[in-house]
Ligand binder design. Structure first.
Ligand code: ZN
Length: 412
């Protein structure tokens, strides 16, 4: 039996500016010890501008589970007294320890898609929604562990935003950049979750940024990087993963799975937080999506999708109710119809098999299948790629281009 591959299930200590509680368990003391050791460490390296030294500061994020990831603030010490191109930029250092050496590192994918946007006429808008890699330091020994070290421009978590309209713009931007990545450079992100939905400000305006390409994969064979992981692999962060990726029979990761993840990210934000930074009192909605096994989370999500409940949207986020209700109805309808269709097919196959058997037994050349309606309409296969049209980029973009009856920024 093939099982869905969950390559990273995060247990996060996420400070989010020091005010953001997190649904996941805190990092173990061993991790904390490791991270505290790194704080205050100097890292020196050569880049195009000459030798540069950065000072590692406060840890902003860490996770462990198959892959160890930590992100810390860092300060470029080469900005003064000499000028440096990082001057005025907030930067972070990401330490990343993965056992999987077949995967294209996320920072290379980010460089690839940024170059694609820069080189393509009319696609420059995408740059505002992509992370920026400042330096790839490769593998370095940090306290006896081989870590991949990368320096990025600092991005900010969506939980730093308070204005629902700005939050809505970030979610809408994530959808737009996700589609662009898939349709243009041919990249499927595969790990939409609240920690990867970030933003930056440009001239005061908020731009959603889809962060962390460590689980992303190529979907278009025409590009020239080494072969990445199979686009058919199923992956993600468990509480945000599409429910059918958590089942044993789903083998292909599709764009609509990431759209379902975007739905869960919105749902969890608006139901589990009274306002950004303040979680609702217990019992926490959807807590079993975080704590359960893959199988339990699959069953819980399937039950959630098939049996409508009153969604506990918090008053601060009431503007999101229309989006969430609509997206939920697509999921509910798509999966209900898909299951009915599959059940019917299975039933028809069974009858056909029985009929074949009967036919053989009786040596009768005509088979009687009148009990099963073989009308043309019912022979059309269910389109699981879009849940029979319920989930498409265009449909979701149309819905999310308006928030509380006012248009949001459409970027392309
Ligand atoms: Zn500098």
């Amino acid at each position: 039996m093939k099982t869905a591959r969950v390559e990273r299930v995060k247990t996060t200590r996420s400070r989010h500016g020091g005010k953001q509680p997190c649904l996941r368990p805190a990092a173990s003391s061993a991790q904390k010890e490791y991270l505290n050791y790194d704080e205050g460490q100097y890292v020196t390296f050569d880049d195009l501008e000459g030798p540069r030294t950065v000072l590692v500061g406060e840890t902003l994020f860490s996770s462990d589970g198959g892959t160890f990831v930590a992100v810390a603030e860092c300060t470029c010490l080469s900005c003064e007294p000499t000028w440096c191109s990082w001057a005025g930029k907030d930067v972070v250092v990401k330490c990343h320890n993965t056992m999987d050496h077949t995967r294209i590192p996320g920072e290379y994918l980010i460089d690839f898609v940024r170059e694609y946007a820069e080189d393509s006429s009319g696609e420059e808008w995408a740059l505002a929604h992509l992370p920026l890699v400042l330096e790839k330091l490769g593998n370095r020994d940090f306290r006896g562990r081989l870590m991949r070290i990368t320096i990025y421009e600092r991005l900010y978590p969506i939980s730093d935003l308070v204005d629902p309209r700005e939050i809505a713009q970030v979610f809408y931007d994530i959808l737009q950049i996700h589609q662009w990545l898939f349709d243009h450079p041919g990249i499927l992100h595969r790990d939409i979750n609240l920690d990867n939905i970030m933003f930056r400000r440009i001239d005061g305006d908020v731009y959603g940024v889809l962060n962390d390409f460590d689980l992303a994969c190529r979907v278009n064979p025409s590009w020239n990087l080494e072969d990445g992981p199979s686009p058919n692999g199923c992956t993600g962060t468990k509480p945000f993963m599409a429910h059918d990726l958590l089942s044993t029979d789903q083998k292909r990761h599709m764009p609509r799975h990431d759209m379902e993840s975007l739905f869960y990210a919105m749902l969890i934000l608006i139901c589990c937080y009274q306002r950004p930074g303040l979680m609702v009192a217990e019992p926490m909605p959807f807590l079993n999506w975080f704590n359960g096994t893959e199988c339990e989370v699959h069953d819980a999500k399937l039950d959630f999708i098939l049996r409508p409940i009153n969604l506990p949207v918090q008053p601060h986020f009431c503007g999101f109710r229309a989006w969430i209700r609509e997206l939920y109805s697509w999921l509910h309808r798509g999966h209900t119809e898909g299951r009915q269709h599959d059940d019917l097919c299975e039933c028809r196959d069974r009858v056909d098999t029985n009929v074949d058997q009967d036919t053989e037994d009786s040596n009768n050349s005509t088979s009687d299948t009148e009990d099963v309606d073989d009308s043309e309409e019912e022979n059309v296969p269910f389109n699981w790629y879009t849940l029979n049209g319920e989930f498409s980029y265009e449909r979701m973009k149309f819905l999310m281009s308006f928030f509380q009856a006012r248009e949001l920024e459409t970027r392309s």
